[in-house]
Design a protein around this ligand. Structure first.
Ligand code: ATP
Ligand code: MG
Length: 343
């Protein structure tokens, strides 16, 4: 009976761009944009996830479309709590019979303050969780990538999300060296918006920039050049205008941000003890997170540090899959759980 109760635990990866939930024994059940649409007349949620994202930049005045996280940390607590409550209720409704208040394993970025950590725990508890356990994101990601994090081996994981990049060397279940950067896929899209505004005098919407990045964005030159027609608002006339952007231009737009990431990887290796560096040299660097899907990013990093670079399968879900493995094998992996900030 006890075992059955515990089999209803869930894992939560509350990311800047996407929120993901894994239910023990069931797998990934929620994978949605971290976006909430609220009717400001009555303070009620109109939509969350992809339904809310579709309203971004298109909603009438009384509907405010909110992205409640910025660079990996919660910026709007009330909205985050509302969103999580809705997600927990849905998961409970779809998967649970008996226990309305789940135990939650939640991912936390490495460089958060105790106050930010406590707020994350409080929000999850207020949204309906019974207990919260925290796991550091790159550790979860490394477990998801099936790296031997429990052994005394240097594992270098580079987790590139929408709002932050976390570069970490993990050995014996803990972080040996790390670097967190406020650079992620969302900044790359913003770089494209800035580039098009400065070079074409056209203002692009967030979702158009995102589409450009995914379709023709790259970090290293591609064999066949590509271009894309995009529409935005002409800054002089105020009217819609179409322009054509090439893969070379997109690369030029995002390269300064990518340089911050490659330098972060280099700095992290430089601050790693020599024995572990030799492991990393032999085993290579592992890339994960949604932003690692940018074409040629593995190639660019390899060129800068001269060490093999591998992209994890399904990089966007590495963190939540790792947390799923922790739930499924809690007794074996519970040593990666870090202390609560609420004690
Ligand atoms: N094919 C692709 N090419 C380039 N970028 C991509 C691709 N697919 C997804 N991304 C980017 O990945 C980012 C989202 O990654 P992810 O879901 O890992 O972020 P997150 O976990 O929500 O954020 P964080 O961990 O930083 O808080 C977005 O910026 C998205 O544009
Ligand atoms: Mg993430």
């Amino acid at each position: 009976m006890l075992k059955k109760i515990f089999s209803k635990d869930i894992a939560l990866d509350l990311g800047t761009t996407n929120v993901r939930v894994y239910v023990r024994g069931k797998g990934l059940v929620v994978n949605e944009p971290t976006v909430v649409a609220i009717n400001t007349r009555n303070d009620q949620i109109v939509a969350i996830g992809s339904n809310a994202l579709r309203m971004l930049g298109k909603a009438p005045k009384h509907i405010s479309v909110i992205q409640p996280l910025v660079n990996g940390v919660i910026s709007d607590f009330e909205v985050t709590e509302k969103m999580l409550r809705m997600i927990f209720n849905k998961v409970h409704h779809d998967s649970f019979t008996l226990i309305p208040r789940p135990r939650v394993v939640a991912s936390v970025p490495l460089d958060v303050t105790e106050v930010e950590k406590k707020s994350l725990e409080d929000v999850i508890l207020q949204a309906g969780a019974r207990t919260v356990f925290l796991v550091e994101r790159p550790v979860a990601s490394a477990i998801g990538a099936r790296l031997p994090v429990q052994e005394s081996i240097g594992n270098l994981i580079v987790e590139l999300g929408g709002g932050i990049s976390e570069i970490a060397v993990i050995s014996l279940n803990g972080i040996v060296a790390h670097k967190s950067l406020k650079v992620g896929g969302e900044l790359l899209s913003k770089n494209i918006i800035d580039y098009v505004r400065e070079n074409f005098g056209v203002l692009l919407g967030q979702q158009t920039a995102e589409a450009v990045k995914i379709k023709i964005g790259s970090a290293a030159s591609v064999s066949k050049s590509q271009e894309m027609k995009i529409k935005g608002r002409d800054l002089v006339s105020g009217l819609p205008r179409e322009v054509v952007i090439t893969d070379t231009q997109v690369r030029e737009a995002v390269l300064p941000s990518l340089k911050i990431i490659t330098e972060g990887v280099r700095d992290t290796i430089e601050s790693t003890p020599p024995e572990l560096v030799s492991d990393i040299y032999e085993r290579g660097v592992i890339l994960s997170g949604g932003a690692s899907l940018l074409k040629g990013l593995d190639k660019l990093i390899r060129k800068k540090i001269n060490i093999s670079v591998y992209l994890v399968d399904d990089p966007s879900t590495a963190v939540i899959r790792g947390m799923g493995l922790i739930l499924e094998d809690f007794d074996n992996l519970k040593s990666v759980i870090i202390p609560s900030a609420r004690d």
